[in-house]
Design a protein around this ligand. Sequence first.
Ligand SMILES: Cc1cc2nc3c(=O)[nH]c(=O)nc-3n(C[C@H](O)[C@H](O)[C@H](O)COP(=O)(O)OP(=O)(O)OC[C@H]3O[C@@H](n4cnc5c(N)ncnc54)[C@H](O)[C@@H]3O)c2cc1C
Length: 311
Amino acid sequence: MTVETAQVPAYRTFPVRVARVRRLSESFLRVTFTGPELNAFASNGWDQRIKVLLPLPGRGTVDCPARDDWYGAWRALPPEQRMPIRTYTVRAARPELLEVDVDFVLHGATGPASAWAERAGAGDEVVLVGPNARCAGPTGGFEWHPPVDTSCLLLAGDETAVPAICAIVESLPEGRHARVLLEVPTADDALDVAAPRGGEITWLPRQAAPGVEPAPRGRLLTAAVVAAVRALGDRLSPSPAAELADVDVDSEILWDVPDDTPARGSSGVYAWLAGEAAVVKDLRRHLVRDVGIDRRSVAFMGYWREGRDSD
Ligand SMILES: Cc1cc2nc3c(=O)[nH]c(=O)nc-3n(C[C@H](O)[C@H](O)[C@H](O)COP(=O)(O)OP(=O)(O)OC[C@H]3O[C@@H](n4cnc5c(N)ncnc54)[C@H](O)[C@@H]3O)c2cc1C
């Protein structure tokens, strides 16, 4: 007789509602979600990603598929019943209190997620798709796994990567050398995050002061990455510059994360880059092609694309 054990999915849906919202700064809103099933929410920490399924006007969350194959079921729905899906980062998870925090960038009512966040209030319902504590195997969904022997960590990103980078930085062991560069819309968006000993965080506001013309997106971040890598000087032992396959950020997803095996001929630097896809692509090209950092030591993720929605 064969006994079939049900496969417990690594990710599952969690119906939740807003417990509270807190405006962190001009561009960041922290939404704390709560739900009776969040005791089964497994956060791996680091840059843990989740999906947020947003309510449909007039229908709310009634159409959200509850079964394990939620995505197949969602795709099988008529388009007008498919709740918009967006990817976010777990800023903090407290399953014992049935709570998950997500920090939303408010970029106007141009997208369903940002528009929803701008109006969010206690009691509003959404569905999260997140890691399942009942799954015996790894639940994954995070990309932070630098080789242990890396001597220097470089984390760079825009405002959409701030929640991930802050969560990573707060979990780094003391004494780990980390250079952190964060480009944000305004000076008010420099959040309070504690850098570990050995870490240095630089906030790069595109708009330095009210009324001042903002710098173009990516310019400050790119300049800061170039300067940070130059400052590494002797700590960097470059590999021969590598050719990189071009990625069309308008039609492909920009995403490549090396595993945690130290790259052969590793330069001692591990870079984690996330944000607007074209900016991230240029940063990666600089590190790998111009500086000679082994491409297997550079994790890069296009979190969003200017002018294109995430559908
Ligand atoms: C792994 C991962 C983790 C992420 N974590 C977070 C997170 O914790 N917090 C967070 O705020 N975002 C995060 N993002 C980015 C977020 O998914 C995108 O910004 C998403 O496009 C927002 O959806 P929307 O419905 O607001 O806009 P969409 O409907 O996707 O886009 C509508 C328009 O808005 C533009 N747009 C999208 N995002 C921005 C922005 N930030 N600034 C200016 N214009 C924008 C698009 O180019 C498009 O023109 C993450 C993305 C990934 C892949």
